[in-house]
Design a protein around this ligand. Structure first.
Ligand code: GBH
Length: 449
């Protein structure tokens, strides 16, 4: 059957999660604290004082969760590994941590589900933060030891890898804005952290290849497309800075081997000196790998202002915009514009949308959740994805965020992104209407009504 809404026959359909957001079992089998455990215990940092201590108890329920994935027709699953389970202390490899992921991978295999593994999705071991975390170049060595261990253990059965999830968030929200762990507000730290994360990405791609592994590996970036709030010169410049901060600061080094000059200058008064950039680093970072993962949620409309005190920008929510429960503007065309730009300015390597989805106000009633808003959101973004493919774009897959309702970082459990509802008292999982809708999409390899 060939109709207008068909995707290429090898298109990858999946769902995504991350370790800290679903696993719980914070003290199990030798795991030690991550920076998120510490952050959650700091009063005022996370809504409702929520923590990831229990989350979805996926650590104990992974078998039923994988069966549920299979029942819902999911063939591809993106998840991350919890670093403090693997290296709970400096130099100490924890076999029990590896065993958990070995069991998870076995279960997935039995159900015919292909994994995409993210090495780092923000749960840095606290012992590394105690040495300065990502601001200390030694974190790169620790990351490499950890990544090599994963490649050795799982490299042959995992066909796809993400070195990092959204370095912008890990570095800039964690060390600059302070709304993510470790909650620092220091732009020199943020920019050094971003550099070390990027460096570890490049080194991990090299190590992966040196080990003779033949799957696909690449980084996942959170990118947006942005527009100026007006044609005034100061707003045009504000938009350009926002773009430099969110997009170009990561895309340029990875795909062009250099940080953007205008942003180097803008950051300079905050950084003091770029002494953490060493000769050869940018050549290492200039190593995109085999794929580019993009996480897309919204666009930014930007004007000159003081809301962001370092960047001197404000977000503007255009009148009559439709927003999700996060307050983020729904703007599917910007996903298409973003991918066109990537293709024009940066790369033609395969792109995977490794996250896209919406938080909606879901109510469980008579065993059902009617999440029309999520269906509409995903559908609109799939239409734009298909348009990009038709235009000749190299988009290879789509992973919906998220499989389960989960711990939404600083928002705690208040925001629900899952296509499966989780009752956090009973841990009962209930697929929402969107899960059945998505199953139809995957079945017909095209957008269902
Ligand atoms: C992703 O982050 C995460 O990978 C995932 O763990 C998380 O659960 C999911 O999205 C949903 O939030 O207003 O300055 O923050 C997405 C983070 C949010 C980063 C929107 C960019 C816009 C700029 N993105 N944000 S700002």
């Amino acid at each position: 059957m060939n109709n207008k809404s068909d995707f290429p026959s090898d298109f990858i359909w999946g769902v995504a999660t991350s370790s800290y957001q679903i696993e719980g079992a914070a003290d199990a089998d030798g795991r030690t604290a991550s920076i998120w455990d510490t952050f959650c215990r700091t009063p005022g940092k996370v809504a409702g004082g929520d923590t990831g201590e229990r989350a979805c108890e996926h650590y104990y329920r992974f078998r039923e969760d994988v069966r549920l994935l299979a029942d819902l027709g999911i063939k591809h699953y993106r998840f991350s590994i919890a670093w403090p389970r693997i290296y709970p202390e400096k130099g100490k490899l924890n076999r029990e941590g590896l065993d958990f992921y070995r069991s998870l991978l076995n279960e997935l295999k039995e159900c015919g589900i292909q994994p995409l593994v993210t090495v780092y999705h923000w749960d840095l071991p606290q012992w590394i933060q105690d040495e300065g975390g990502w601001t200390n170049r030694e974190a790169v060595d620790h990351y490499m030891e950890y990544a090599r261990t994963l490649f050795e253990e799982f490299g042959r059965e995992v066909p796809m890898w993400n070195t990092h999830n959204e370095p912008w968030c890990a570095a800039f929200l964690g060390y600059g804005v302070g709304v993510h762990a470790p909650g620092h507000r220091n732009w020199r730290e943020a920019i050094a952290a971003a550099h070390h994360i990027l460096l570890s990405h490049g080194l991990a791609v090299q190590a992966y290849r040196e080990m003779g592994l033949t799957g696909q590996i690449g980084i996942t970036l959170n990118l947006d497309h942005n527009d100026p709030a007006s044609d005034r010169e100061e707003d045009l410049e504000a938009r350009r800075r926002h773009d430099g901060y969110l997009n170009r600061w990561f895309l340029d080094p990875v795909f062009k081997g250099a940080y953007p000059q205008d942003m180097m200058e803008w950051f300079l008064p905050h950084v003091g000196e770029y002494d953490f950039i060493q000769p050869g680093d940018l050549e290492t970072i200039h190593e995109p790998g085999d794929l580019l993962g993009i996480n897309y949620y919204s666009r930014g409309v930007i004007r000159s202002g003081t809301g962001h005190s370092m960047l001197l920008t404000d977000y503007v929510l255009p009148e009559n915009s439709e927003v999700t429960d996060m307050g983020w503007e729904i703007h599917p065309e910007s996903l298409h514009r973003l991918m066109q730009r990537l293709r024009k300015d940066y790369t033609s390597i395969p792109i995977f949308i490794t996250e896209n989805g919406a938080a909606t106000k879901d109510v469980l009633e008579n065993g059902k959740v009617e999440d029309e808003g999520r269906i509409r959101y995903v559908k609109a973004h799939l239409e734009q994805s298909l348009k990009f493919i038709r235009d000749g774009g190299n988009l290879k897959g789509y992973y919906l965020w998220s499989f389960l309702d989960n711990f939404e970082w600083a928002f705690g459990y208040e925001k629900r992104f899952g296509m499966v509802h989780v009752d956090y008292e009973t841990q009962v999982r209930t697929p929402k209407a969107s899960a059945y809708w998505y199953r139809d999409v995957m079945r017909r390899n095209g957008i269902a009504d």
